[in-house]
Design a protein around this ligand. Sequence first.
Ligand code: ZN
Length: 333
Amino acid sequence: MTPPSGEQIRALPKVELHVHLEGTFRPERVAELATLVGEAPPRPVDQLFDVDNLADFLDTLDWVCGLVRDEPTAEQVAHDFAAYAHDQGILYAEVIVNPTHWSGLSTEELFSACAQGFDRAEADGLGDFRLLPSVLRQQTEQEARQLVAWIEGAALDRIVGLSIDGNEAAAGRTGPRFASAYAEAGRIGLGRTAHAGESSGAEGVRDAIELLGVSRIDHGVRCGEDPTALALVLEHDITLNVCLTSNCTLLYPNLDSHPIRDLADAGVRFTINTDDPETLGITLCGELQLAADHLGWDLGDLIAAQHRAIDAAFCSEVDKDALRRRLDQTVGT
Ligand SMILES: [Zn+2]
């Protein structure tokens, strides 16, 4: 087995399913926006996320997103992500956007601007990027249902699914609260994913499958703590969108403590993602290299991981087939 080179990883056409737009602001853009609106950063912009607790991290995230106060700026932030993604060789990504962080824009302004930024990016040849509006775990049932109703009314082609994120440890068990909004999302044809099995344990994974009806789970890595949850993941063929460095920042002391090998051995389908590339100081190419080194993957294993990401994507079967063809053409199979 030959380990893949950095060049091979860079050249591999990639798909990413778990990345938050809120975690993609480059320091230069933050500095520019802070100057524009006349606000002083709480720390130097290249050390903004050098914080040691989740509360400070979320406050900083809200401050950064709050600098975006008009649609052209949000359009540019979305385009910035696309430029980064193109540089990483990402053909297609589904980008999580949680409107609760963006205090300067309405839901309508935020998503129409992001869609326009991704339209411009696609016209520029940077790739195909879709949107996953996200509920915050602390929100109410009514707020979640309102977001789904807004998605249905807006009918933006780039919105392909519903997500939920936030601190589950702080919010407590919220699966029952959001079951009706997720059922409605399924009824109107949205893909369904949920953060679980990270700040929540295996019980969060069970709720995501049984109450929210998801086909994917963002993180989900703690499902192995309960054989029932692991069995559900396997039975429902759930794809876990795993983020190794993010987990080793917030959850595990190091990669050797991470359960990814056990999950792989158990036959769980998973993809490799960044979560928050700029705030964590990482890239998708770097995370794929990390996964390959840790799991003993060769290039064929990396290609298989991209196929799993395509299989789990929320775009149409026609779009998935086009991605599969581009992957197969590039790797010469
Ligand atoms: Zn995430």
